[in-house]
Design a protein around this ligand. Structure first.
Ligand SMILES: Cc1cc2nc3c(=O)[nH]c(=O)nc-3n(C[C@H](O)[C@H](O)[C@H](O)COP(=O)(O)OP(=O)(O)OC[C@H]3O[C@@H](n4cnc5c(N)ncnc54)[C@H](O)[C@@H]3O)c2cc1C
Ligand code: SF4
Length: 331
């Protein structure tokens, strides 16, 4: 591991100034992703700025009904928070589906959003990887691709984003609050992570030195929500496919409003806008669920080992829609 300087930030402004002022500086939160990367030689900062003890660890309801989640709130605390369990069930479920109890006790809201891909070539510094070292090539293309993307991939990178929490936040229309050297800005969660294009080294739209300070959830509505994660083992495994849905119904069995996002299928939490457009105003029926899922996956393409993800994503979307619209889920 390369030697580096360590500093504990005193307040958010100090943290931003410290990282912005040093090109090779990074924020350290729970360390559950970054410390592994330091050990593996994937991240080689000169300076680590510890933000884990900044006063950003609250979950509070704002006067307008939105809920503000501080960036250093631990994943286990967020999952267990009464406001989240009672009003944003999909988020609590997604958090509890991620990692292990010990990891959730360390992992933070900001760090979870900014964790990097679990592509095995990205983690192996002896292999070419455009995300780790731009311009070196992508070892996954033509290699082992069982866990890789079926939507929105590019010739430069076919990796997926591993977060469960972010998928639920995408379906909730959350916003990320960011503080940088020139002030604060809010970024819709759906636009926070990037598709790889020809710059896969950039996971998000954040600039160097920008600190995530909070995530804002819109006021909870009368809706049903659920998160379902399909994985190789019952726990402690990343999603092969996951689906988050938030649905409100009209009295006549039609869908008033629906928001869906998929995990494990793209370089970012994938907001299922095509499916949403078909479902809005439609009867909650098996036929419409399937039609919507198929429309969403029309542009999906398999890489070889991951062809199973296309029917798996379709079936999981249908199963979650059945669940949130009151039907019996049996997939
Ligand atoms: C074995 C294992 C299994 C796992 N399984 C899952 C899983 O199933 N689902 C899942 O979602 N996750 C899973 N994880 C990932 C885990 O959730 C993440 O490692 C964790 O959420 C990262 O949070 P952290 O606070 O530890 O981040 P850190 O490791 O401290 O930081 C991660 C990155 O975020 C940056 N960063 C952190 N906070 C901020 C901030 N506020 N502003 C700007 N940049 C910031 C850091 O600079 C770093 O680049 C797993 C991890 C492990 C090790
Ligand atoms: S898929 Fe992306 S992260 Fe994986 S090897 Fe290719 S460029 Fe690297």
């Amino acid at each position: 591991m390369k030697p580096f300087e360590y500093r504990r930030a005193e307040d958010p402004a100090d943290a931003v100034a410290a990282v912005a002022g040093e090109p090779d500086a990074m924020f350290l939160a729970g360390g559950t992703n970054l410390v592994d990367h330091l050990k593996l030689g994937i991240a080689n900062p000169d300076l680590l700025v510890d933000i884990s003890r900044l006063p950003l660890n609250g979950v509070e309801e704002l006067p307008d009904g939105r809920v503000r989640i501080g960036a250093t709130v631990r994943n286990s605390d967020l999952a267990a928070h009464p406001l989240i369990r009672e009003r944003y069930r999909v988020l609590s479920q997604a958090l509890l589906a991620g990692a292990s109890g010990q990891l959730r006790n360390m992992a933070t809201t900001g760090g979870n959003l900014l964790q990097r891909t679990r592509c095995l070539y990205f983690q192996d510094v002896t292999t070419p990887c455009n995300k780790r070292e731009p311009g070196t090539g992508c070892s996954a293309i033509g290699g082992y691709t069982r866990n890789h993307a079926i939507l929105g991939a590019s010739e430069a990178c076919v990796a997926v984003h591993p977060s469960d929490m972010a998928v639920a936040m995408a379906a909730l229309d959350a916003e990320v609050v960011v503080r940088g050297p020139s002030g604060e800005r809010n970024i819709p969660l759906a636009g926070f992570h990037r598709l790889p294009g020809d710059k896969p080294e950039r996971d998000t739209v954040l600039e160097h030195g920008e600190l995530v300070t909070a995530v804002l959830l819109p006021p909870a509505t009368q809706s049903h929500s659920a998160y379902r994660k399909v994985r190789d083992r019952a726990s402690y495994a990343f999603a092969l496919v996951s689906v988050a849905a938030v649905v409100s119904m009209n009295g006549d069995g039609t869908i008033r409003e629906v928001r869906m996002a998929l995990g494990g299928v793209a370089h970012k939490p994938w907001r299922a806008e095509r499916a949403e457009a078909i479902l809005r105003g439609a009867q909650a029926s098996e036929e419409n669920f399937r039609r919507a899922a198929e429309a969403e996956l029309e542009s999906a393409s398999a890489l070889g080992d991951n062809a199973f993800k296309i029917p798996m994503a379709r079936n999981t979307m249908v199963a979650v829609l059945r669940e949130v619209t009151g039907g019996i889920s049996n997939v």
